[in-house]
Design a protein around this ligand. Sequence first.
Ligand code: AMP
Ligand code: MG
Length: 491
Amino acid sequence: MTASAESTVTFDGRFARELAELAVPWQAEEAPDPQLLVFNEALAHELGLDPDYLRMPEGVRLLLGNHLPEGATPVAQAYAGHQFGGYSPLLGDGRALLLGEIVDANGRLRDIHLKGSGRTPFARAGDGRAVVGPMLREYLVSEAMHALGIPTTRSLAVVGTGRQVRRDDMLPGAVLARVASSHLRVGSFQYARATDNIELLRRLADHAIARHYPAAAEAENPYLALFKGVVSAQASLVAQWMLVGFVHGVMNTDNMTISGETIDYGPCAFMDAFNPAAVYSSIDVGGRYAYANQPVVAEWNLARLAEAMLPLFNEDQEQAVAPAVEALGEFRKQYSDAWFSGMKTKLGLPEAPAGSPGDAAASELVDGVVALLKDGPVDYTQFFRNLGQAARGNVRPARGMVLDLAAFDAWAGQWLALDPDADLMDSVNPVYIPRNHLVEEALAAATEGDLDPLHRLLQAVNAPYDERPGLERYTEGPPEDFGTYMTFCGT
Ligand code: AMP
Ligand code: MG
């Protein structure tokens, strides 16, 4: 086969053009022996890209940034960020590149971005590289999140570079090709604000409005409307994380998007047993990014965004503060509404008008189920799925999971009296999540060259609500000897 469908891929350089101050033109490092490890054919179609071309040697080199269509202007993006609360004025893509934007099959603009593509001027002490395990982890978890219906960056491919990379041991190198509606971060605004170039800050905000919140352009105060849009998107996003038991693990302001997509899967994990204090990252010793802290941290990050955007809200800084505080104040209410409403759906309870007796009863049941979960080690995902069976008349599987049977019976009596909708429950309570022990198993095998466990796990989590025979082991909690799960930032 001759390889030249490359004309089908055209990268725009809109970010690079409109925000040159935040973009350093750069090239990916050559990979000595590229090997396509995993490829997302469905996403390629969605992007209007030719999967057959991308699987060819030349296409694989495109996925590494080593063979780019004419006119592409790959850039490393500059951003700042609060990491674990401490401010770094200059982070940026130390080992990543934005290849450019493409218009997908639905006419939407999508970033094509590489992670692990070599050192850039932002690399500091880093080697600019990434290794197979963590890149496959991002691929797997981001695609699982997407299948769960949660906004996220997507993963198009992971390509092995054929280069050994030094971590604690020598490990096989890889590059992830990531797709996002943009890579604008809270940290992008922090960076622009710190330049004291208000015109740049405004251009960044205009770019964000055009790409993500076009309606804000019509508002009386477009920049305040943009901020409100981000507040709402993040309130909804973090509520969805909480509802599926996802712990992001490193919610630094550079890892929070303006679009409201989940980004930068590092030391992330799904909870097995429900635990508000769940924290998996080896470096998060204080539990700053623990499960139950996520809404608090999101609000804190949004306060940093408001600070960065303040000069845009009003020329008079004094006048800018009050509307910013008011807009930020919406976060708690919107988060709480999204979470309660999601929990009611998880319990199969119909929407009732806020404040009505039905709504009050449902809220009480939500509080009740959380109390049951807190009381003992209860597998969060299995419990809600088993409640679906309880709604169909078989209470035993859910009942058998809790310690306080009397409390369960009292709660279940009230809940069943409301006639929960089991089909509705099954449509929002996943059977399959990327369980930590299965993720580790798949990544360890892949690092040794066996990609079968990864593909099997992907199959399960790509249709998370659809229970299928033969996949029982993907529904189970960790084996007893799995111990306390710990993820490492050694990405
Ligand atoms: P992350 O934890 O992936 O969000 O990355 C935080 C910052 O560290 C970003 O500026 C990354 O570009 C940078 N970084 C992480 N790993 C490396 C690496 N191996 N080489 C260069 N920069 C890196
Ligand atoms: Mg990051």
